[in-house]
Design a binder for this molecule. Structure first.
Ligand SMILES: [Zn+2]
Length: 167
């Protein structure tokens, strides 16, 4: 099976049940968070995590931020203590989405894709799931460095040291 980022529905939906009831029966819910506990949230995934294709992408952002991404719908991400507004964020290139971090401990959390995918989604790093066993994840390689425009390694191109501004 080939895998690609679908601009309309987004990835991770190929095996998802379509009805609400089917969705509940075929899902798993996980408590997630940063390292220090300042940001906590839960994620409900369909299909459940053991069957979910977790995206292991080779683009400059995913490599730097250590993402192994799952793509829950925004309604299935429950931020505790208004955790979303606690996040530090970073935008690059088209600035269409925010990369999310804990401002206290620096943990890399994921990507706010709500303005990108319909229905609205987050890209959450499976590394934020409490108790996650990385060896048990169903990792799917994605060639983002060549598939997502602009292609190539974008790391190191956005901070102008002399002007002290983003580029
Ligand atoms: Zn933290």
């Amino acid at each position: 099976m080939s895998f690609r980022l679908d601009p309309v529905t987004g990835p991770g939906m190929s095996n998802a049940a379509t009805t609400e009831e089917g969705k509940k029966a075929n899902s798993s819910t996980h408590e997630c968070g940063c390292h220090c506990g300042y940001i906590k949230f839960s994620v409900t995934l369909s299909p459940p995590l053991p069957e979910y294709e977790v995206v292991n992408c080779n683009c400059s952002a995913c490599i730097r931020f250590g993402y192994l991404l799952i793509y829950p719908e925004a309604a299935d991400v429950k931020w505790h203590n208004d955790g979303r507004s606690r996040c530090a964020s970073y935008e690059f290139n088209t600035k269409a989405k925010s990369q999310l971090f804990c401002p206290k401990c620096g943990a890399s959390l994921g990507i706010d894709f709500r303005d990108v995918f319909k229905p609205q989604k987050y890209g959450i790093s499976a590394r934020t799931i409490y108790g996650v066993n990385l060896d048990e994840l169903n990792l799917k390689k994605f060639d983002g460095i060549n598939m997502v425009k602009p292609t190539g390694d974008l790391a190191g191109h956005y901070w102008d040291e002399e002007k002290g501004e983003m580029k």
